[in-house]
Design a protein around this ligand. Sequence first.
Ligand code: URA
Length: 198
Amino acid sequence: MKTICVLHSKIRRCRKCRLCTGRKHAVPGEGPCPAQIMLIGQAPGRSEDKTGRPFIGRAGKFLDEMLTEAAIKRSECFITSAVKCFPPSNRAPKTDEINSCKPYLYEQLKLVRPKGVVLLGNIAQKAVLGTDRTSQRSVVHGTNTSFHRKLGTGNRKPITLSGITYFPTFHPAAGMRFPKIARNIVKDMHKLKMLLKR
Ligand code: URA
């Protein structure tokens, strides 16, 4: 049986896409396995690339604060990102990079067997659900017409697939810029807490 450690050493050696040439460390993720809660971000930033650990930079500290507000312990969550290597100049991951990394994310989902998954931002949503429900793009094509209206009402409905409930929300980096977004992320984390109590 494949263990999470075996999978993570494979990720650390991965050369499937161009991101392997610029990385210092691949960042597979960390946390208990199995775990009831899984958090999925976009891609490692500079601090994560330096250390090989997920969400330890500024966005990570902010994420920690939001977890605390929702009374969730970071140590009880399995934390990872859709893309495991740092994109140069911190640019958004490209579609082919997301696709190269997808099998690793799906293996992690199988091994971690979470009850609830928080999808932090549109890249995580695209990788897992095939849609980007909270992004500006979905606003342009959807029913909301203003970005500010979206801050309050973005389509963040939880969705349950094969026994796992996914909570699409914003990336903590967006929460750092807009307090209303931060409040909505915490709200979504509270919804997850409710699910775990059931
Ligand atoms: N942003 C992410 O999406 N993941 C990290 O690990 C760090 C920042």
